[in-house]
Design a protein around this ligand. Structure first.
Ligand code: PEP
Length: 253
């Protein structure tokens, strides 16, 4: 996407030990600070976020949460408040990641509530849309992705969309080592962008970043990033080693 600044996001998931956090960040920060054209963020489990914000203060590396609740505070034992995340200095939040949907029963309706709560607090949501192969038998994948997109964005204004990014992740490609082809991924990204034209307008569609996620590696990243409608990558496994994440950042710049 020519007008859209690429976004490269690491998703550590429930990985990394406390002693690995600082060395990883120290290795990545100098490269990111050269700012040759991409936004870069690392999503980590809540436990590390405050420390990560401190260690990246004044740098161009942004910190992301992997999930957040849909209300600011209250009796929700074990959950994390979007208000608290924002006050701690977290910039982005993943909403509706495939693993949240599949393993923790996150519904489209909750994705919508969480996206709105994130925006209200000044967090930038990355709304994850997944394509579940098992659902293909009943509905075609475009129907599934469109339904997820529509419900996720219900009640979100065109102005608010300036802070929203969409991640397109085929479930069969996540953590499987089997990425989608760049052509398949571009077709879906193009479909999502066209859907944004229909839901909002051309301007919103043109400005919204659409990321591809699912077994991105240093070998295939350039293919995805060179596609017209793919504006970034969401990377799990290949971002766990700072050397490999640095290569991905390099490719995106
Ligand atoms: C992800 O966590 O969203 C992801 C795409 O993981 P992986 O890169 O390991 O497939």
């Amino acid at each position: 996407g020519a007008v859209r600044r690429p976004l490269v996001m690491a998703n550590w998931k429930m990985n990394m030990t406390p002693d690995q956090v600082e060395p990883y960040l120290q290795q990545v920060i100098p490269e990111v600070n050269k700012d040759t054209g991409a936004d870069v963020a690392v999503a980590a489990q809540d436990l590390y976020l405050a420390q990560m914000v401190k260690e990246t203060a004044g740098s161009r590396l942004a910190i992301a949460a992997e999930n957040a609740h849909w209300t600011d505070d209250g009796a929700y034992t074990g959950e994390t408040s979007p208000k608290a995340l924002a006050l701690v200095g977290v910039s982005y939040v993943l909403i509706g990641h495939f693993e949240r949907r599949k393993l923790f029963n996150e519904t489209d309706e909750r994705v919508n509530l969480k996206t709105k709560a994130a925006l209200k607090n000044g967090l930038k949501p990355i709304v994850d849309l997944d394509e579940d192969l098992s659902a293909y038998a009943k509905e075609d994948k475009k129907t599934i992705v469109l339904k997820q997109l529509k419900i996720a964005l219900e009640g979100i204004t065109a102005e608010e969309m300036a802070d929203v990014a969409i991640a397109y992740e085929p479930t069969w490609a996540i953590g499987s080592g089997e990425a989608a082809s760049a052509e398949q991924a571009e077709k879906s990204a193009e479909f999502i962008r066209q859907s944004l034209v229909n839901l909002y307008d051309q301007q919103v569609a043109d400005q919204t970043r659409i990321l591809y996620g699912g077994s991105v590696t240093t070998e295939n990243a350039a293919d995805f990033l060179s596609q017209e409608d793919i504006d970034g990558i969401l990377v799990g496994k290949a971002a766990l080693k700072p050397e490999s994440f640095l290569k991905l950042i390099d490719i995106a710049q």
